[in-house]
Write a protein that binds this ligand. Structure first.
Ligand code: SAM
Ligand code: SF4
Length: 322
């Protein structure tokens, strides 16, 4: 079992397999970075997998593949199969913008992927285009259709931004519900790579919008999930991820690995340690030591939860995978 310096059980590893992306979402990567990490600096799937085995043997039982856009990395299904063949009971999920999902959902499912979170910020093609800065809507919808058709569990992730898609909270909730998918509204997390002057809806504002049409009750957080769950009268559950709340980090159970092999204890902070040298030498003991040191140094909480409107993370979401 992996336990951090605050006694929290860490069992969840999020792996960003690339920082590259085919979207330019205003809240994440509004412009192409000055330079991408050179491809030769990326860890191979074999190297990532060595670390994954170390993590699983130490107590990781939940893995999410993310990015950048993870479907841009060639042969992702092979990587998923490596993990799934090692331990088929791992809760293995993917977060994607959905643009390329239509072509590969079946392959990913066959490789052992169980669940997929698809980012969908609008049901209006022109608003989706405004946020992603690309005409994405019909491709994302086709990705959602295909993921459901092949039998993957599908969740929708939405970041409601004031004055952009904040008027669509109910429509998006109703869309997800009508398709048997759960939806999680994510508070916009201020970071210095996002477009200036963006403002996200806070949890209370999202709840107030939904309450105008649907009575609901709070269910709380389930397990170590970052989402607060709410239940409509007919039993449908939606979630709100609210990193600005003081208790957000209390049960944090996750660490993050970047495509270059940096192991990150907290999404907010810059601190990280590299596993690259150990995994490239096949040094399992060295990789285990890095993992344990990162856990020991995991911060107690992020700074978005401090009552400071201007709190901004230096970290790029497209590097850490959100
Ligand atoms: N490209 C994939 C996607 O968009 O789903 C995976 C990577 S993306 C960084 C993972 C999640 O982080 C997405 O659901 C996205 O909406 C969310 N995200 C990115 N930047 C964010 C921000 N500044 N605040 C809140 N959520 C953010
Ligand atoms: Fe790309 Fe996802 Fe970031 Fe949008 S949120 S720019 S799709 S990595």
């Amino acid at each position: 079992m992996l336990v951090d310096g605050y006694g929290r059980n860490v069992n969840y590893l999020r792996i960003s397999v690339t920082e590259r992306c085919n979207f330019r979402c205003q809240y994440c990567m509004p412009e192409k970075p000055f330079s991408w990490v050179p491809r030769e600096n990326l860890l191979s799937f074999e190297d990532l997998f060595l670390f994954i085995k170390v993590g699983i043997d130490e107590g990781i039982n939940k893995i999410r593949i993310t990015g950048g856009e993870p479907l841009l990395r060639a042969d992702l299904d092979t990587f998923i199969k490596m993990i799934s063949d090692y331990r088929s009971d791992i809760d293995l999920a993917l977060t994607t913008n959905g643009f390329l999902l239509k072509q590969c959902a079946q392959k990913l499912k066959d490789a052992g992927l169980k669940r997929v979170n698809i980012s969908l910020d609008s049901l209006k093609p022109e608003i989706a285009m405004k946020i992603a800065q690309k005409d994405v809507f019909k491709h994302v919808m086709a990705g959602i259709d295909e993921a459901q058709r092949v039998g993957l569990g599908v969740k929708i992730n939405t970041v409601p931004l004031k004055g952009i898609n904040s008027g669509e909270v109910l429509d998006l909730l109703e869309f997800a519900k009508s398709r048997g998918m759960s939806i999680r509204f994510i508070e916009y997390m201020e970071n210095k790579h996002a477009k200036d002057k963006l403002q996200g809806l806070k949890a209370e504002e999202i709840q107030a919008i939904i309450a105008q049409k649907y009575p609901f009750k709070a269910v709380g957080r389930v397990g170590s999930s970052p989402a607060h769950l709410f239940e409509l009268e007919d039993g449908y559950r939606f979630g709100i991820i609210d990193p600005h709340k003081h208790d957000f980090c209390e049960d944090c159970n996750r660490i993050r690995l970047t495509a270059e092999g940096m192991l990150i204890p907290c999404l907010y902070f810059d601190e990280a340690m590299s596993i690259k040298e150990s995994v490239q030498k096949g040094d399992i003991q060295g990789a285990t030591e890095v993992l344990k040191t990162v856990l020991k140094n995991k911060p107690e909480k992020n700074k978005w939860s401090e009552d400071n409107e201007n709190e901004t993370s230096e970290r790029a979401f497209y590097e850490t995978g959100g």
